[in-house]
Design a protein around this ligand. Structure first.
Ligand code: PA5
Length: 447
């Protein structure tokens, strides 16, 4: 099985020659990825990762996951951006967005350190009360403020509950192999560490220990996940444009962008895919939004958001296109019951599968949005199994790199992320930035 692109609902917005003209550019972009000669080529470690990963570390990840499962009721994963989105996205996508209520014999998993909200962190602390906890702190740089704050708080909590010796058994750090404050601290305290490879940026790190450890703790088969990604690599790295879904997706979105469609909405009809959309938004937004260019990535879950954003998509500013994830086989089966009285008038769909009804909602929406001037690319995936999720990860990652090269940007840097940090540090009076802090305070006062 494989990811496929259904072009039926984008056809009327794109002429055949536009697609054939752009094919060479997509293939050239893929050649840059293959030859590792494009901008940011130092960050292409994810390309061969599904077949070229550290087997010893992979075994340690599985062993640590087993240990965490035995020792803990709750795993707190501390990280922000690429250091948490992939894990959360694919736990929810493969298992459920209600994972923490349906976790079975696996620990509950909470994600902390992805904001600076006292309420958010306090809630997680409350949810841990009376439970055995483990912590996986994830930070490539080891210096990011949000996770560093959360780690201080949770480390204190773990140490006060289990002592330094107990904490050593329960804290796992995923960070740079040698550098950074977190690595030094973890080594000093004797915490088990896992590596974020030098040549893999945060948003491309879901198939490293960053994503794999929490995903394995959730009881997900990480061998199958990697095997799916490896199959996708085999397919997308070797095939030409006409049968390469990753190249076609990259090409279609670039054609639409050149026609003024500068906002892409990732659509799914499955609430379990909501966090996958958050992961996708970081992947595409951080890779392409630079040098005054980029497609703004947004997302919706239908039919839920048809009742809030449907009006805008149907009828608002026409700078939108949608990319619909069409999951062919549902995980669960549920039928509309028959009611002899039919007071709600639903008997016309009695005994029909909810999935069938969801599918009709999708088809109806696709047609309506196309009629409203919104092109729709449909990405078809067979199901939410580990293997197909692995394929989908690789599909989106590779298409993103190709698309970024086609757009003429370096898809692997994120210079813009630093600006808010510099201001925040200055306003907080961090050593060395006091002068800037005073300037910013004066600017704010003068506004
Ligand atoms: O993709 C990225 O580089 C970012 O989203 C980072 O993952 C995020 O800023 C967290 O950085 P770090 O892992 O160094 O704490």
């Amino acid at each position: 099985m494989s990811v496929t692109i259904n072009k039926k609902f984008v056809g009327q917005f794109i002429k055949e020659h536009e697609l054939s003209n752009i094919a060479a550019s997509a293939e050239a972009a893929l050649s840059l990825v293959r030859a590792k000669t494009g901008p940011g080529a130092d960050f292409l470690g994810w390309v061969d990762l599904p077949v070229n990963y550290d087997r010893d570390e992979f075994a340690r990840i599985k062993a640590a996951a087993q240990k965490i499962k035995k020792m803990c009721d709750v795993l707190v994963v501390i990280g922000i951006g690429g250091s948490y989105l992939g894990a959360r996205a694919f736990i929810e996508y493969i298992k459920s967005n209600n994972y923490n209520s349906l976790h079975g014999d696996c620990p509950e998993i909470y994600f902390a350190g992805n904001s600076i909200s006292a309420s958010a962190l306090s809630d997680i602390i409350k949810m841990c009360e009376g439970k055995d906890i483990c912590v996986n702190v994830v930070s490539k740089s080891g210096t990011t403020t949000e996770p560093a704050i959360a780690f201080r708080i949770f480390r204190d909590l773990v140490v006060s509950k289990y002592g330094e010796d107990g904490a050593r058994e329960r804290i796992f750090a995923t960070t740079d192999k040698a550098r950074g404050t977190l690595k030094a601290f973890a080594d000093e305290k004797g915490y088990e560490t896992f590596v974020v490879p030098d040549d893999i940026g945060g948003r491309y790190s879901v198939l490293t220990a960053v994503g794999l450890l929490p995903i394995a703790v959730a009881g997900i088969d990480i061998d199958a996940l990697m095997a799916g990604a490896a199959a996708a690599r085999e397919e997308y790295m070797s095939r030409g444009f006409s049968d390469n879904a990753a190249l076609q997706y990259a090409a279609l979105r670039n054609i639409l962008y050149r026609k003024g469609k500068d906002t892409e909405i990732l659509v799914s009809y499955e609430p379990a895919a909501q966090m996958l959309s958050e992961w996708w938004k970081q992947l595409y937004g951080e890779s392409e939004g630079k040098d005054g260019k980029g497609i703004y990535p947004s997302s919706v879950v239908f039919s839920t958001d048809l009742h809030s954003l449907g009006q805008f998509i149907q009828d608002g500013k026409r700078n939108l296109f949608e990319t619909v994830i069409d999951i062919k086989s549902p995980k669960d089966s549920l039928k509309v019951p028959h009611d002899p009285l039919d007071t709600d008038g639903l008997n016309y769909i009695a005994n029909r599968e909810l999935d069938e009804i969801n599918h009709k909602a999708m088809l109806g929406t696709l047609l309506a949005h196309v009629d409203g001037g919104v092109p729709n690319i449909v990405v078809e995936t067979p199901d939410r199994s580990e293997a197909e999720a692995g394929r989908l990860i690789y599909f989106f990652e590779l298409a993103c790199a190709v698309s970024g090269y086609m757009l003429g940007v370096n898809p692997f840097d994120q210079p813009g992320v630093e600006s808010y940090k510099k201001n925040m540090f200055a306003l907080l009076g961090k050593k060395g930035s006091e002068e800037r802090g005073r300037e910013l305070e004066a600017r704010i006062a003068a506004l």
